[in-house]
Design a protein around this ligand. Structure first.
Ligand code: EPU
Length: 427
């Protein structure tokens, strides 16, 4: 397996970096194309990521035509014929997000059989809210031999209150409700920008979704949906990762087309630390002098709170800021594994349940480390940028799920980083 080798340097990152379309937007958008019984759908600004290949295969597995033009970063989907009802283990096992096909398949075919997502390193991640919502809409659900089977000749609009604003459950229910009879109201819905992007696409397809981005989403069911053209929203987490990279190297980096509104919780913490954050015509510019930064306390929350998907990268930044910073992770119960790996790089931290205390300002040391999940892989690479000597990061399959040409983009900004083919002895 490949490895990334970063040689720490005192050189600040400098220049401009382009951001891809959002992984967490394109996956539900691909699922939404299943709903179109007429015409074709075209998604543009599609990131070239292993999770996108997996979702394309899930959709293809439903006898739907999917063409990914990687050069154009465009996917064309024709779901207008008779479509299948099953999402098998081999894909759902690779990517939990495949569960968002459950609602669309059920709404379109009246029956869906989707493998139950298995274990996950960052937390237990149940899908009870997805299933409860579909049941409220009249679906009969059984779970047997590792599969969820859902039946409903015609889903019925319902009033659903979600105990927690789950991103995936909100998406699944929104999509299912588009073809249900009558009106569905989802209360305490997730408000992430990717939910808004999905609603925009569904409405282009002929759906009647209102209120996305607020805690109450209302969907008036329609008879059928048709294909549409849509540009995937920019990846706020990729953008945020480069913001943190700039901040921790004392850099000056323009993150092109980054959207201020989507990154507000991160930007406000960077400002609190003393990082200069500038909104420019071309995007968001980050300027920092690491020596002057102050420690901060952060709590991850559903949007518009601080994103859990930026937690690992932000702890890398905390580790270079002199003093004691605190990170509370409230969304996932096991998302501090990167801190165990960073210990090998002389990052001093204490973890007590959902809280990590980081004693920042120690000199980081290069080491051989292993990615434990997608965002952890980025965080370890960021730590490597400022560590003394070489950091070798293994298990890059995690990185490839969510970052396109990460090392090349960092190299363009002046980092000493390369990706090599080789043995991953530690994994
Ligand atoms: N939860 C439940 N029951 C449910 C659904 C969720 O208890 O039925 C819990 C989960 O166990 C978790 C919390 O709710 O503790 C949040 O889960 P959510 O459903 O909101 O997350 P998700 O839809 O599974 C998406 C992103 C994640 C991101 C989370 C939170 C995609 C494909 N994935 O996951 O992205 O961390 O929202 O913002 O959109 C990543 O990109 O690195 C990543 C993990």
């Amino acid at each position: 397996m490949d490895q990334i080798i970063v040689t720490g340097s005192k050189n600040p990152l400098q220049g401009k970096v382009a951001i891809e379309g959002a992984k967490n937007a394109v996956l539900p958008l691909l699922a939404a194309t299943i709903l179109a019984s007429e015409g074709t759908s075209t998604l543009t600004n599609v990131p070239i990521l292993s999770d996108v290949f997996t979702m394309n295969n899930v959709v293809r597995g439903l006898d739907i035509d999917v063409t990914f033009d990687e050069e154009e970063k465009q996917v064309i989907i024709d779901a207008s014929g008779q479509i299948g009802s099953q999402a098998p283990y081999k894909y759902v096992n690779q990517m939990r997000a495949s569960i968002v096909v459950l609602g669309p398949i059920l709404a379109r075919n009246g029956y869906a059989k989707v493998s139950m997502p298995g274990g996950c390193t960052i937390g237990s991640r149940p899908i009870d809210l997805h299933l409860q919502g579909l049941e409220a809409m009249g679906a009969r659900i059984t779970q047997r031999s590792g599969y969820i089977e859902a039946h409903a000749e015609k889903l019925k609009g319902a009033h659903i209150f979600m105990d927690f604003p789950s991103v995936g459950a909100t998406q699944n229910l929104m999509m299912a409700a588009c073809l249900a009879e009558g009106k569905t109201v989802i209360e305490n819905a997730a408000r992430e920008p990717e939910i808004v992007d999905l609603a925009i696409f569904l409405n282009k397809m002929g759906a009647k979704v209102r209120g996305a981005g607020t805690e109450t989403i209302t969907i008036q069911g329609v008879e059928h949906l048709k294909g549409a053209v849509h540009q995937v929203v920019q990846d706020r987490i990729e953008a945020g990762t480069f913001m943190v990279a700039a901040a921790m190297t004392g850099g000056d980096v323009l993150i092109q087309d980054a959207i201020w509104e989507h990154n507000r919780p991160l930007l406000s913490k960077l400002q609190e630390m003393g990082v200069e954050v500038l909104e420019e015509d071309e995007g968001i510019r980050i300027r920092s002098t690491v020596t002057d930064l102050k420690p901060v306390s952060v709590t991850t929350l559903p949007h518009p709170g601080f994103p859990t998907d930026m937690q690992a990268q932000f702890t890398a930044l905390m580790s270079v800021v002199k003093g004691q910073s605190t990170m509370v992770e409230t969304v996932f119960e096991n998302r501090f594994q990167h801190l165990e790996e960073m210990r090998r790089m002389n990052v001093h931290s204490e973890i007590l349940r959902d809280t990590a205390i980081i004693h920042g300002g120690q000199a980081l040391e290069g080491a051989q480390v292993m990615s434990t999940d997608l965002r952890a892989s980025a965080a370890l690479i960021l730590a490597g940028l400022v560590a003394e000597g070489q950091t070798i990061v293994g298990k890059l399959s995690h990185l490839d799920r969510g970052y396109y040409k990460f090392h090349e983009k960092l190299a363009q900004l002046g980092a000493r980083i390369e990706r090599i083919k080789g043995e991953d002895s530690d994994v």
